[in-house]
Every structure is written in C-alpha cells, then in structure tokens.
Design a protein around this ligand. Structure first.
Ligand SMILES: NC(=O)c1ccc[n+]([C@@H]2O[C@H](COP(=O)([O-])OP(=O)(O)OC[C@H]3O[C@@H](n4cnc5c(N)ncnc54)[C@H](OP(=O)(O)O)[C@@H]3O)[C@@H](O)[C@H]2O)c1
Length: 437
C-alpha cells in the first residue's frame, strides 16, 4: 500500500510538473499578458480599501474577464463572518458556465432576494469557488477561527468568489486547511469535496461506517469530483468502479479505483453489464448516461442513482424562476417515481452544499494521507483567462489552480522546480519499489 501511495504521489507530481511546463507554453502561445502593479499585503491595512480581483461586468466568453485593482475589500460585516486573504483558488466547470450566465436568475435571487423587485445588477461579479488562504479578520461571534489561521473553503456560487485578494465567508463555510498541503494543493479540494460529500452522504446515504460492503460506480472518474470521490470512497472501504478515457486509467487506478472501464472503446454499458450490480452510481457525466446506468443498479435493495448534471439552473434561466423551478421539480419527481415503481431504485439529483464541518472531516483524511490533491495545472494570478481557457478545453485530470498571493506563487514555483529534480531522481526508486510488490 505504501508503495502504491508513493507511486500515486509521484504520478501526481509528475503530472503537476509537466503541466506547469506545459501551461507556460500555452500562455506564451496565447500571447496574453496583464500589466500588474499589485499591492498584496498579509492583512488589509487601514489605508487599503480596494483590492485586486478578476471580475466580469457582463456574461460572455473569456473576453469578459477583467483584471481590476478597484474592488472594495469585503470586510467583516456580521458577527459570524471570517475574512480570508486568498493564497490560491481553483476553477470548476461551474466557473465557465457562470461566466456565460448559467444560473444567473436563481443565483441573483439567492444573492439578494430583493433583486426580484428591482433591477440591481450582480456585476461586477467575482468567480472562483475554492479558496485556500489565511484568516485576517473575524466577527465578534466567531469561535473557531482567529487571525493568522490557515483555512480552506468552498465559496457558495451565490457569494462573491475568490479570484480576488480577499474573500469573506461565514464561519460555518470555513475549515482549517490540512497542514500537509500547500495553499496551491489545498485549493484543489474544497468545492469538489463539498459536492461529493453532499451527493454521497445527503443524497446517497453513505458514510464512513456504512460503505465497506457497497459497490459504487463513478462515471467521469478522471475529473475534479471523480478523483476526489474515488479516494473518499476507498478511504471508507467501498468497492469503486470508474468510467474514464483510456489515458486516465493509470491516474484513477493510482487513486484506488478497483475496476476501470474505458468509455472511449466499445460500448461502456455493455462492459458494465457484465459486472456485479451496483449499490450506488455517482454520475458526473450526465446526458444519456442515466438511460443505461440505472439498469446497472441492484433492484429492490435501496440502490441509488445520483447525478450531478441537473437541469435546475438551465430551466430557471430559460423559463424564469417560477416556471423553471416547477418544471425541474416535475422532471425530478416524475423520474424518481418511475424508477422506484419499476425497479425499486432511488433517482436523485446531487448538489454542492457549503459545509465547513464536512471539510474538517476531509482535512483528517488528507492529514492521514488517505486523500491526495490532484493538481493538473496551475497558473499565476496574472493568467486567470488562460486558466479558464485550459478548463474550457475539457478532458480534466483533477483540478486547475490559480496562485493568487505572490508569496505562495514563489513557493509553488520553487516546489515545481524541486519536483522536476525530485521526479527524475525518485522515478527509478519508485518503479523499483512497485516491481518488488
Ligand atoms: N450539481 C452540482 O452542484 C455540481 C457540483 C460540481 C460539479 N457538477 C457537475 O458535475 C460534472 C463533473 O464535475 P467535475 O468538476 O468533475 O468536472 P471535470 O473536472 O470537468 O471532469 C469531467 C471528467 O469527465 C470525463 N468525461 C467526459 N465525458 C465522459 C464520459 N462520457 N464518460 C466518462 N468520463 C467522461 C472528462 O475527461 P475526458 O473527456 O478526457 O474523458 C473529465 O475528466 C460537471 O458537469 C459539473 O458541472 C455539478
């Protein structure tokens, strides 16, 4: 097991160093640069009322991303709030979608319920959902955090995001960052972890003590949610089968996947039908997957199909808040009833949910070495548009991270350089260990 972990770490680090090199090439090709005169400090000085951030002023393609140093600092305005200096942030498919206006109606309502009555704009809007950073200020009722604490969090999509120098969240949404991880590594985990936990625990009814006899299928296992979910479920003792592209097999097996099905060669449903049936399916792919996947579940035994690709926000965007919510609710209930009546299978939608205490549990697993960060690419804060470009190309293998604070940038660059050297040296040693087992 130790050698497998070593192998995984080295693979991930190889991936990281390769991508660091690769991304700078892409950026040079993209020819994009931003004139920077940043004034990052470890805490906001009394004189500093504005911060730097990447914002959008309208929905659209990558061209709408704008760097500014004139965003008002989000100071603590309620007793339960924690203000965080952002060291690193990571991107999710949701950032691409939100940049284009996805979920605008419902998220605007969640941001400000009074916005239904007026035409107040949500712009400038800051994207970015994962933060790793340091607490700089706390409200009077905050009990778990103090200035100087290193923390991580998944920023709810209805709040201003963390592609900025500072972000302010409620205490409940924040958690202490794993000690073993750099900010760059830590930022790769919170949003996918919060989503996976919400889907597997709240919708799927799984937990640490009830998973050891469960067979779980994860579709789209090579992306952000998939690479985290494989590790979580293996830490809980479940048997995990994953669908992914052939070139991601090494990665998902290294993270612990028991069975891997390459969806790019042959009929994926046919291959999965030859296996023992599953207790739970976590669908990260959507589309027509549910049409063939639900039949892979054990009938009449409480098995659950949970998809993260839901039409809720698309419906509210296209039909309006009321009609869209009713339409999505009707779709969900119809499918749930059909599946429970026909095969005794529970059909559910999974959603991200902010949950600092759940991240505390993830921290323990990370500190115990049971969950590793999977950072595929990292970009400096000057190159946020390039980071979006990378994500938009698809085929993610883990996460894309943005280094926001200069100090962390330097450390990460040093780390990457060390990795380049270490990787070459350790590759031989690790292969040797793997062969012996
Ligand atoms: N409901 C919510 O609250 C919520 C929260 C988080 C995420 N999500 C959604 O959940 C999905 C997964 O999120 P993510 O962050 O993991 O996305 P991601 O990082 O982009 O990963 C998607 C992965 O799926 C693979 N893939 C694509 N088509 C596939 C197929 N047909 N079969 C198997 N694998 C396939 C991709 O690699 P290849 O293309 O190279 O195979 C990629 O590795 C996204 O649609 C996201 O929007 C929803």
């Amino acid at each position: 097991m130790g050698s497998v972990r070593a192998m995984v770490s080295t693979r991930l680090l190889c991936l990281l160093s390769a991508k660091v090199a690769g991304s700078s090439k892409t950026l040079a090709r993209a020819g994009c640069s931003v004139c920077f005169k940043r004034h990052v400090s470890s805490s906001p000085s009394r004189l500093q009322s504005c911060m730097s951030a990447w914002v959008i002023d309208q929905y659209g393609t990558n061209g709408v991303l704008r760097y500014t140093e004139d965003i008002t600092i989000p100071t603590v305005s309620s007793p339960s709030e924690v203000m965080i200096k952002v060291h690193a942030a990571s991107l999710n498919p949701l950032d691409i979608s939100m940049r284009g206006g996805y979920g605008a109606k419902l998220l605007k309502l969640r941001r400000d319920p009074m916005s239904v009555m007026d035409s107040d704009s949500e712009f400038p809007l800051i994207l970015g959902r994962d933060v790793s950073g340091v607490v700089v200020d706390c409200g009077s009722e905050v009990t778990h955090f103090a200035p100087g604490d290193e923390v991580w969090a998944a920023v709810p999509p209805w709040k201003q995001g963390c592609l900025a120098e500072f972000v302010t969240l409620t205490e409940y949404e924040v958690s202490h960052k794993p000690e073993l991880l750099s900010h760059t590594e830590a930022a790769s985990i919170p949003y996918v972890a919060s989503t996976a936990l919400s889907a597997l625990v709240n919708a799927g009814g799984l937990c640490r003590d009830s998973s050891s006899d469960k067979r779980v299928l994860i579709t789209g296992g090579s992306g952000g949610v998939g690479t985290f979910s494989i590790q979580l479920l293996k830490a809980w003792g479940a048997h995990v089968t994953v669908t992914c592209s052939q070139n991601a097999e090494g990665l998902v097996r290294g993270l612990g996947a028991d069975e891997v099905v390459d969806y790019t060669t042959g009929d994926v449903a046919e291959q999965l039908e030859m296996m023992e049936k599953f207790d739970l399916i976590l669908d990260n792919v959507g589309g027509d997957t549910e049409q063939w996947a639900i039949g892979l579940l054990k009938p009449w035994s409480g098995a659950k199909y949970i998809t993260l690709v839901t039409p809720l926000l698309l419906s509210t965007d296209s039909m309006g808040l009321l009609d869209g919510t009713i339409h999505a609710g009707f779709t969900l209930h119809t499918k749930a009833i059909q599946n429970i009546i026909s095969s005794g299978v529970f059909y559910r939608w999974g959603f991200y949910a902010p949950d600092g205490p759940a991240l505390d549990e993830v921290k323990k697993l990370v500190d115990a070495g049971k969950i590793l960060p999977v950072v595929e690419a990292q970009f400096p804060f000057t190159q946020v548009p390039q980071a979006f470009q990378k994500l938009e190309q698809g085929h993610a293998r883990g996460k894309t991270v943005v280094r926001v604070a200069e100090k962390d940038d330097t450390q990460a660059e040093e780390l990457a350089q060390n990795i380049c050297t270490d990787t070459a040296e350790s590759e031989l040693g690790v292969q040797g260990t793997a062969k012996q087992n």
